[in-house]
Ligand binder design. Structure first.
Ligand code: AMP
Ligand code: MG
Length: 269
């Protein structure tokens, strides 16, 4: 599967309504084959992470953004089953605390950026500061408008200092969100995920789509590209995400570090 079909070219307009929430390449039918391929890729991701960790030079940051119930948690659970928890960190960004709000909006984010050898996964991110904040007018427009530039510059700095950045927008349809909300309400093991407020956010669906388009358009760069991942079907989403991550890590040409010299001929007694 070619991942460039999902990548947003820098400087290009983004119209989410024109991007499929099911598949982008007509690879539509074969769920069994798709699942099998995802299993292979997820295994490969584990191998690559092992080398990333051992090499301790590269850093990988994965940003996950999506509408409610689009599958951020499910993606993390499914795609990272093969990676070693040592060397991987997930940070979920919730509504900022008073302390966080007393600082600039990147303050709480930067400290969770990956160290050398690490994969950091952001479950929501600094993008909330141009998404929910814009949709609800939590700060004045002249403030959030400047943030696209700050964010691009922040990511540029991370990239210049050795961080590979992959940003994933899990793209679901409004109809699929309704299906998943109903499931959450009906299933006692899923209800905990549902908040009545989710329905208020759903009413602002179009505003969120516009905010996502603006954010993705303004910040998809060669060093921190956005991918729009068709996410109405979990198996397809997992396939696309695992392929994007494997391709990204393979492009880094990761290697195990050279061992200490003088180990040849050593006997363990
Ligand atoms: P969840 O991902 O379902 O646990 O929900 C986390 C909630 O925190 C979402 O409603 C987000 O919109 C909200 N949130 C995350 N970051 C921010 C932020 N910077 N400002 C306001 N709300 C935020
Ligand atoms: Mg939620």
């Amino acid at each position: 599967m070619k991942i460039d079909q999902f990548r947003v070219d820098p400087g290009h307009a983004v119209e989410l309504a024109e991007r499929s929430t099911r598949s982008a390449d007509g690879f539509d039918g074969d769920k069994a084959a798709g699942q099998q391929e995802a299993v292979r890729l997820i295994g490969r991701l584990g191998e690559l992470q092992q080398v990333l960790y051992a090499g301790a030079t590269h850093k990988l940051l994965i940003v996950l953004q999506a509408m409610d119930a689009a599958g951020k948690d499910g993606t993390i659970r499914a795609v990272f089953t093969g990676v070693n928890p040592q060397g991987t960190r997930v940070t979920s960004f919730k509504r900022p605390t008073d302390l966080e709000l007393a600082h600039d909006y990147l303050w709480r984010v930067h400290q969770h950026a990956p160290a050398a050898g690490e994969i950091a996964i952001f479950n929501r991110s600094h993008y909330e500061d141009v998404l929910v904040v814009r949709v609800h007018g939590l700060v004045a427009e002249e403030r959030w408008k400047r943030r696209y530039e700050h964010i691009a510059a922040f990511e540029r700095m991370l990239a210049d200092e050795g961080t590979t950045i992959v940003k994933l927008f899990l793209h679901i349809s409004k109809e699929e969100q309704a299906v998943r909300f109903r499931e959450r309400l009906a299933d006692p093991t899923k209800r905990w995920k549902f908040r009545a407020g989710d329905l208020d956010e759903r009413k602002r669906w179009d505003d969120y789509q516009r905010a996502y388009e603006a954010a993705i358009e303004a910040t998809s760069t060669p060093w921190a590209p956005w991918y729009v991942v068709p996410a109405d079907r979990n198996w397809y989403r997992n396939l696309v995400v695992s392929q994007i991550l494997v391709d990204t890590l393979e492009a880094l040409d990761l290697r195990y570090p050279d061992p200490e010299t003088g180990l040849d001929g050593l006997k363990v007694i």
